[in-house]
Ligand binder design. Structure first.
Ligand SMILES: [Zn+2]
Length: 681
């Protein structure tokens, strides 16, 4: 981007001066300097192994056309003998590089941008891989047309050939510009809505969704969730929503479709600077981020006048985290931050709440730390102070006490927060994630990762058979990767091919969950005796594991009956009848209930729930019971939902579980008093 900008301004100013005549050699000379300056970068990325094909392609596709465009503009001004040619050229280049960007930024909901001077901004780099796309090649073709047009324009009417050439270029340019939205160079609102194809309206939302990826009942459910979080946040932030103001929510099929249309892959986003309220989320991300993103949309109501937000990104993200509270499913925000010592100092916090500090450290650190701090502010001071601080990005002068006092009050709260070993694990995990700038080659993606990405894409598109083919390729290229291996075994067991797993000789692998999966394969192929013998070798290892996911591994496979039920349920989606359910042990009962909930077999799930004595269940089953409460409330089984909430409402419940339980209580009472209208178009 820098080389392209520098090169085009340089070429433009040079070629616009009266003395210059050698346009071609001037351009090549400037390119020579640019590439010479890039040599250290080239060597550095070569030595560190970060050099990628796409990286080199960008070095060709950005500076070369940009320099020639600069030359073409300068040359045109010179040939036309324009007065103040240098200044005119400078202003023209400024308009193309900054003006056009601003116009697109303020009118379009996308987060990627193409530019004739600086090339491209590919979208949020959280997504990490940056590729040369067909759209970008097409865009550079347009740059080429401009260069040619400006080159022939000074003498376009000198000969028939010139006339024909300039006419042809003009036609090609017109065709290109009228198709920018079709080739993915811009994504206007109308095009996105057309691409998605589905529309669902509620009182406060117009939901545009990918029509082939959501069933009618799915979209009804998500519409309800939209209204639910909307009401929650409104009352929490004490906001009077303007009548007739509608939020547009764009729900994509999956991250890959979203990347293609908007430029952002796994990053969900809310362009708060646009006057139309809107959310952009892919289907798989809806559950974890809907509430967080909704806070961003709603807090536009008290944002600054320039972009409806705050100059402090820490406050923007901190607020969303503090309200959504879902940084971890096990620990509260305060617990996560309190488990990491030393606590962030007042200076740390000042920088975390500034623009530069926020992006310097890894997302999770700053989001969580800011979230905990904002939660403290919201609980201890009137919300009006926060609104003021948000708008002005000035905490110091909006709160009645100094910033240092705010931080020390927050520290006090953190020190009084009760912690256990789980909180420490969660905290370590979150704080160990590395910032993009600390990763060695953030944009260099290995072939294995590409295949893994393709596998996930195919799974998200529900093309299981192609997905499994890619997975087999991946397994063959990278058979040492435990994650890949586990996924591969699961796919084989799902397809009912345990013998393939056994033949692949994964035996005596040091990784525990692979051995468990292998034992499952043995059971399916050769029966209980063999499988039990094999699993027996790891019995001690498994029962001494601190990780939660091994806690019931052995119970689920306790004897031949339980093991058979478990495998039937897991790999064949078989849901047992009432009388059989009673024969299952508790882990298998809960596992079966979980399956019924995931498959949305509500009646079956209700039958199972009535057969369970929930009071006797340990906190280990919280996730599944939470899911059951959520479902019961949604399908109108309010008494069941209520019973489950009361049964689990124990003073000894983990702090985070209490938060989650109260969220479900709010959900229940929202549904019982539902008063929004929906209609479909
Ligand atoms: Zn956010």
């Amino acid at each position: 981007m820098l080389a392209g900008s520098l090169g085009s301004f340089w070429a433009g100013l040079q070629s616009s001066s009266k003395k210059s005549q050698q346009d071609l050699s001037l351009s090549l000379e400037i390119l020579g300097f640019l590439y010479l300056a890039s040599v250290p970068l080239f060597i550095f990325s070569l030595l560190s192994g970060c050099l990628t094909f796409d990286g080199i392609a960008f070095w060709v596709l950005i500076p070369v056309p940009s320099v020639f465009l600069g030359t073409a503009i300068g040359r045109y001004a010179r040939k036309q003998n324009l007065p103040y040619a240098g200044i005119l050229v400078f202003l023209t280049l400024l308009f193309i590089s900054v003006g056009v960007l601003l116009i697109e930024f303020l009118l379009l909901p996308q987060v990627y941008f193409y530019n004739h001077i600086w090339g491209l901004w590919p979208g949020p780099i959280y997504d990490e891989a940056v590729y040369v796309t067909g759209s970008f090649l097409f865009f550079r073709f347009i740059t080429l047309l401009w260069i040619l047009l400006l080159w022939v324009l000074p003498h376009w009417n000198k000969s028939l050939k010139n006339k024909l050439v300039s006419g042809l270029i003009f036609i090609l340019l017109s065709i290109s510009y009228s198709n920018l939205h079709n080739v993915g160079i811009i994504s206007p609102t109308g095009t996105i809505q057309q691409n998605l194809g589905g529309k669902y309206q509620t009182r406060h939302f117009n939901i545009y969704y990918d029509i082939s990826s959501y069933t009618r009942s799915e979209i009804q459910y998500w519409a309800t969730r939209h209204e639910f979080h909307f009401q929650q946040i409104l009352s929490q932030l004490d906001i009077n929503w303007p009548p007739n103001r509608k939020i547009h929510s764009y729900l994509y099929a999956h991250a890959w479709q979203k990347k293609e249309i908007t430029g952002a892959k796994f990053t969900s986003y809310v362009p708060i600077w646009l006057s139309q309220d809107q959310l952009h989320i892919a289907k798989q991300q809806l559950e974890p981020v809907l509430k967080h993103e909704m806070v961003h949309v709603i807090s536009k109501q008290f944002g600054n006048t320039l972009f409806n937000g705050s100059w402090s990104i820490g406050l923007i993200e901190g607020l969303a985290e503090a309200i959504a509270r879902d940084a971890s499913s096990q620990s509260t925000l305060h617990q996560i931050v309190a488990a990491e010592r030393p606590l962030p100092s007042a200076d740390n916090m000042k920088s975390a709440l500034s623009i530069t500090g926020f992006y310097g450290s890894a997302g999770a650190i700053s989001y969580t730390t800011a979230g905990s701090f904002v939660q403290y502010l919201l609980h201890n001071y009137p919300f009006d102070h926060f609104k003021q601080a948000y708008k002005t990005a000035d905490i110091e002068n909006t709160y009645p006490v100094s910033f240092d006092e705010l931080v020390s009050g927050w520290h006090q709260t953190l020190k009084e927060t009760e912690l256990d070993s789980v909180d420490k694990q969660v905290s370590e995990f979150i704080f160990a994630q590395r910032s993009l700038f600390q990763k060695e080659c953030p944009h260099s993606i290995s072939n294995e990762l590409k295949l893994w990405d393709e596998y996930n894409y195919l799974m998200a598109s529900r093309d299981t058979s192609s997905a499994y083919r890619v997975l087999t390729d991946l397994y063959q290229t990278d058979s040492h990767n435990a994650l890949v291996k586990a996924e591969w075994i699961r796919s084989k067991l799902n397809m009912g091919e345990p013998d393939t797993v056994i033949k692949s000789q994964i035996v005596s692998n040091s990784i525990l969950n692979l051995n468990v999966l292998y034992a499952d394969a043995l059971f399916m192929s050769q029966g209980f005796e063999e499988a039990s013998l094999y699993l027996g070798k790891f019995r001690e290892d498994i029962s001494s594991q601190p990780a939660r996911n091994f806690r019931y591994t052995l119970d689920l496979r306790m004897d031949s009956v339980q093991w058979a039920f478990f495998l039937n349920q897991r790999y064949s989606d078989h849901l047992v009848k009432e009388d059989t359910f009673l024969k299952l042990n508790t882990p298998n009962k809960l596992s079966t209930l979980n399956k019924a909930l995931d498959l949305k077999y509500y009646n079956k799930a209700l039958i199972y729930l009535r057969l369970l004595s929930v009071e006797a269940l340990s906190q280990d089953w919280f996730d599944i019971i939470e899911k059951a409460i959520h479902m019961s409330a949604y399908i109108g089984e309010y008494d069941m939902a209520n019973e489950l909430i009361n049964a689990y409402n124990d003073p000894d419940l983990r702090a985070r579980y209490k938060e989650r339980l109260s969220e479900q209580s709010e959900w229940l009472s929202f549904l019982q008093n539902r008063n929004y209208i929906d209609q479909q178009k």
